[in-house]
Ligand binder design. Structure first.
Ligand code: DC
Length: 221
């Protein structure tokens, strides 16, 4: 059986996670949030009290177990979906995800999670690194202002302290770090469809993508 993989990449706040989750629900595919895994490792590193800057201290990633249940991430058997959104994690995840060892381990876990299922996976390097053979690849982007506004609303809904101006600065910083890092920087795969979501509602983007997939599948592409 040939499984279908859908890769969705893009910068923070472009709506990837919400959109990817809805697409997965719509098509009855498994949703894998790769950013949540980098966040979870950052959370674990903070809780272990290691020196976050010391790449040699991340051996623990090898013994970390990940499971997604209905889009919720469990790390070592615990639901970490709330804690990985805390500011402390957000502020350090670019550093942690820049380490080659961490990336190699997580990319391999992501590839295993995507095996033998129809999946929607979102992240920064899914289309060109994690799932280079994905049948469908999308790269979602939006203006910094729009992305900051969305993250602000998201934080407020999650009861996380939030300040729009600070978020804007933080997104700018994270864009820079994510797209300029040495290993697997944020970028679109050459064969990805690029969608600017600045002036589109979530439902419009979901419809755009699911319509394309259902049309192609119906026509046997
Ligand atoms: O999607 P997110 O904002 O929750 O991702 C958190 C961080 O993880 C982001 O700053 C970059 C990193 N990341 C990555 O390097 N590669 C991925 N495939 C997904 C996320």
């Amino acid at each position: 059986m040939n499984y279908i993989q859908i890769a969705i990449d893009g910068p923070a706040g472009a709506g990837k996670s919400t959109i990817a989750k809805l697409i997965a629900e719509h098509l009855n595919y498994i949703y894998i949030d790769s950013g949540a895994m980098y966040r979870a490792i950052t959370l674990k590193a903070i809780n272990l009290g290691i020196d976050l800057e010391d790449e040699g201290k991340y051996e623990f990633v090898k013994d970390t177990e990940f499971r997604f249940l209905n889009g919720t991430l469990f790390m070592d058997g615990h639901d970490v979906s709330h804690d990985i959104r805390e500011n402390d994690v957000s502020n350090n995840v670019s550093l942690v995800s820049s380490f080659l060892f961490v990336r190699e381990e997580l990319v391999s876990s992501q590839q295993i999670l995507a095996k033998n299922h129809n999946v929607v996976m979102d992240g920064r390097d899914i289309g060109y690194k994690v799932l280079p053979d994905a049948k469908y690849k999308f790269y979602l982007t939006a203006s910094i202002k729009k992305r900051a506004e969305r993250r602000n609303i998201d934080n407020i809904e999650r009861n996380i302290k939030s300040d729009l101006k600070i978020i804007e600065k933080e997104i700018e910083r994270r864009d820079f770090l994510d797209s300029s890092r040495k290993y697997s920087p944020l970028k679109a795969a050459d064969d990805a469809v690029i969608i600017d979501t600045s002036d589109l509602a979530i439902d419009q983007v979901v419809k755009l993508i699911t319509d394309k997939i259902m049309e192609d599948e119906k026509n046997g592409f």
